[in-house]
Design a protein around this ligand. Structure first.
Ligand SMILES: C=C1C[C@]23C[C@@]1(O)CC[C@H]2[C@@]12CC[C@H](O)[C@@](C)(C(=O)O1)[C@H]2[C@@H]3C(=O)O
Ligand SMILES: O=C(O)CCC(=O)C(=O)O
Ligand SMILES: [Fe+2]
Length: 339
């Protein structure tokens, strides 16, 4: 038998980052959106402009769907590696371990990348771990994704209302489209006890390296283990306090383009923990492959020019999947400013 050697742990350490030297009085806090409140529209737009990131409470996604998916996913990730590998590799859908994408990125993470299309023509890989009931796992994913997609569309419609975009489903219809290229991902970050050893103490182990998400919008729910960080305007990293009963939402590259740069696609990453595992589930709402990604007409003021060249989601997705995680993927599509 050939033993597969583990990659050295040093591979996953983050490069030293800019020291955070925030004045505690001016330290930013994550925008909080209460979907049951009438002022949420205004706060939503402000959060998308200033951070590209916010937390949502009173979201209406039933806790039983969330808990059921968390328990099935935990069952999957705690199974023997040989069983998990039967659902891999993730090209495009399936189980992945440490390797992220096809271009040499690695992270301290295991994951399932799944098709978020819910019809029977778009089947996910066989989950041998759930031998007796593979259909049940798909049902649990479907219930969760359906409810999260509904909440996401509500948010996109509130954003459209506040920005006076017409029709109000101009964004949400892209996710509702049968051809919507949306993806669902479950990430599992195992604890890393080596981080407690004196020589590694204080170092940050990268679970999922810094990146922006290419789609329109990403909707994340995690257990109560910290790890998610967002990049602030000054280049420092802010740790996002976990909250298992809320959702965290970030603007994707495509929404940055559709708002002609008004909304920011936030750079984020995940650092691993020495003693606790982190489990996160993310719905990435994307448009149909043929959709033209360009600033929305009803948003453009006067002679405002597009900051981006024209492209379809197919073109952007292809280019994104040929890039490294930390690359600035939008830069290839920016128009060179002429004065
Ligand atoms: C390194 C990569 C992983 C990724 C495809 C890419 O080449 C660059 C974008 C990455 C990303 C980030 C957000 C999502 O997790 C993801 C599914 C996506 O759409 O773009 C991943 C891709 C992936 O894991 O395959
Ligand atoms: O797992 C997380 O908490 C975030 C992961 C992430 O950013 C991604 O999968 O794109
Ligand atoms: Fe991400």
């Amino acid at each position: 038998m050939v033993a597969i050697s583990k990659p050295p742990i040093e591979l996953f350490f983050s490069k030293p980052s800019k020291p955070t030297n925030h004045n505690p009085l001016s330290f930013p806090t994550i925008p909080l959106i209460d979907l049951s409140k009438s002022d949420s529209k205004h706060l939503l737009v402000k959060a998308c402009q200033e951070f590209g990131f916010f937390k949502v409470v009173n979201h209406g996604v039933p806790m039983q769907f969330i808990n059921k998916l968390e328990s099935e996913a935990t069952k999957f990730f705690s199974s023997p590696l040989s069983l998990k590998q039967k659902a891999g590799p993730p090209n495009p859908f399936g189980y992945g371990n440490r390797r992220l994408g096809q271009n040499g990125d690695f992270g301290w993470v295991e994951y399932l990348l799944l098709n978020a299309k819910l019809d029977s023509d778009h089947k996910n890989p066989p989950f041998s771990v759930f031998e007796e009931n593979p259909e049940d796992f798909q049902c649990v994913v479907n219930d969760y994704v359906t409810a999260v997609k509904k909440m996401t569309c509500e948010i996109l419609e509130l954003l459209a209302d506040e920005m006076e975009l017409k029709p109000r489903n101009v964004l949400s219809k892209l996710l509702m489209d049968e051809q919507s290229d949306s993806v669902f991902r479950v990430n599992y970050y195992p604890p890393c006890p080596e981080l407690q050893e004196p020589e590694t103490k204080g170092k940050k182990l990268i679970g999922f390296g810094e990146h922006t998400d290419p789609q329109i919008i990403s909707v994340l729910r995690s257990n109560n283990t910290s790890g998610l960080e967002i990049s602030l305007k000054d280049g420092s990293w802010m740790s996002v306090p976990p909250d298992s009963s809320s959702f965290f939402i970030n603007v994707g590259d495509s929404l940055q383009v559709m708002t002609n740069g008004r909304f920011k696609s936030v750079k984020h990453r995940v650092v691993a923990n020495s003693s606790k595992s982190r489990l996160s589930m993310i719905y990435f709402g994307g448009p149909p492959l043929s959709e033209k990604i360009a600033p929305l007409d009803s948003l453009m003021v006067g002679e405002e020019a597009s900051l981006y060249k024209e492209f379809t989601w197919y073109e952007y997705r292809k280019s994104a999947f040929n890039s490294r995680l930390s690359d600035n993927r939008l830069s290839l599509f920016e128009k060179i400013a002429t004065s």
